[in-house]
Design a protein around this ligand. Structure first.
Ligand code: CAO
Length: 408
């Protein structure tokens, strides 16, 4: 019986920066043996980017590369390419997020990879899919700009805004992880590898599905749940409007600090308890407010009334009282609130990891749980830390293969 979902799966990890490494970190947490190939003496560029402690792998690197092994290979030197090909022969997945054409230039096209190991799943993440933009490089905010995220984020009277959540990188890493797992499952039937490809822009569009829904709704009239009265021929920025079928808004709470806010959604079934909680019982049966349709033209006024009440309490107290009444809402957490949240530590969404050079640091855990695959977070590898170990393993494998051939 395997102890983890992906135990026995070996991943050749040619990823760098954020999107690729987050995907292979998930594969490692699920039990795969992830071997990160890094340029000798240099490694993943994030090792030295945004350093908080001099000469030590940055948090950018350590928080995205847990549970992996590091092997330095010069992919432009023939000797090291042989080692790489040996590794491909004994692996299940190759993942990369280099710029367009980089792996081809190294000599590893899909055709060549299939020749080396027909069972290998070859997964690539690029900025853009096939077409005019296919050769363009991309980073997080470029994907958010070109995939519909930025034009639909922010307030109607302000410029387009990027999301703080790294949906282009870490978001797409989750898409890629799902696609690789699907390919691994299909291989159990076909015994063949396959090509897996994802574009960051396409992944953003997947996350902007409801904005394309609203774009089409516009043909049939205004979007009444949006804060503005006038519409053009594209989905506008909606500020903090909910985006779902029930109206929502972000409300000020006591304290007046930059994160003293509560997000609240008015579900039809909670109108009565909501009115009771904020002391506006007269609105429960008032025909101007009693139904979701009647409330639509009054949303700004209704949220202002609720805000009068939330401003008399802390975001935590308002959350507690409204939650007790069954009203869906959530305090706006600052990063300080997040790292001090006991619940997140208990869930394993935050964890402490020890590192030989930087000491203990906090990292973000696995966003899902499998009852048969407990996640144990171990530190990221130092550059080339597993050079000898992996080369020895591969040499052992080669002699095993040679013995098998002679015996045959
Ligand atoms: N040995 C030898 N050379 C190596 C190597 C190794 N182990 N690993 C990488 N290299 C070389 C590559 O051969 C390539 O050189 P050439 O251009 O001469 O072939 C170079 O290093 C890497 O090229 P790149 O285009 O990937 O890197 P870049 O810094 O110019 O661009 C990025 C970075 C992220 C814009 C680009 O990789 C990209 O568009 N990736 C796809 C989308 C993506 O993942 N974006 C980033 C998400 S995280 O914000």
């Amino acid at each position: 019986m395997v102890a983890k979902a992906l135990e026995g799966i070996r991943v050749v990890d040619m990823t760098h920066v954020q999107a690729g490494p987050v995907c292979t970190q998930l594969l490692a947490w699920m039990g795969a043996d992830v071997i990160k190939i890094e340029q000798p003496g240099k490694g993943d560029v994030t090792r030295s980017q945004l350093r908080d402690v001099p000469d030590v792998d940055s948090l950018y690197f350590t928080m995205l590369n847990s549970n992996k092994r590091s092997l330095e290979l010069n992919m432009k030197a023939e000797e090291d390419k042989k080692v790489f090909e040996n590794l491909l022969r004994s692996s299940d997945v190759l993942v990369e997020n280099f710029g367009p054409g980089v792996l081809d230039r190294m000599g590893y096209t899909w055709e060549r990879v299939q020749e080396i190991n027909p069972r290998l799943i070859f997964a690539s993440l690029k900025g853009f899919g096939p077409g005019p933009l296919q050769d363009a490089k991309a980073y997080e905010n470029i994907a958010q700009a070109t995939g519909g995220g930025m034009s639909t984020t922010g307030f109607p009277d302000g410029p387009p805004v990027v999301a703080g959540a790294q949906i282009g990188d870490s978001g797409n890493a989750v898409h890629l992880f799902g696609a690789i797992c699907a390919a691994l499952f299909q291989r159990t039937h076909t015994n063949r590898g396959q090509r897996v490809q994802i574009s960051m822009r396409g992944g953003i569009l997947n996350l902007c599905r409801v904005k394309i829904r609203d774009h089409q709704r516009l043909e049939h009239g205004p979007l009444n749940e949006y804060p503005q009265d006038e519409f053009g021929d594209f989905t506008p920025r909606a500020g903090n409007a909910s985006g779902g079928g029930q109206p929502g808004w972000c409300l000020k709470t006591a304290g007046g600090g930059e994160n003293d806010y509560l997000y609240l959604v008015i579900q039809p079934q909670v109108w009565k308890p909501l009115c009771k909680t904020i002391g506006r019982e007269e609105l429960i049966e008032d025909p101007e407010y009693a139904t979701p349709e009647a409330r639509l033209p009054h949303l700004v006024e209704i949220f202002a009334m609720i805000e009068e009440w939330t401003q008399t309490r802390s975001k935590w107290d308002a959350f507690k009282e409204l939650n007790e009444a069954g009203v869906p809402c959530g305090p706006v957490y600052s990063t300080k609130d997040i790292v001090e949240d006991e619940g997140l530590w208990n869930e394993g969404m935050l964890a402490k990891v020890d590192h030989p050079e930087r000491g203990e640091y906090t990292t973000v855990g696995c966003p899902f749980t499998l009852s048969d695959t407990p996640v144990e977070i171990t530190r990221s590898p130092l550059l080339g830390e597993h050079n000898e170990e992996i080369r020895a393993e591969l040499a052992g494998k080669s002699s095993e293969l040679e013995t098998a051939n002679t015996a045959g």
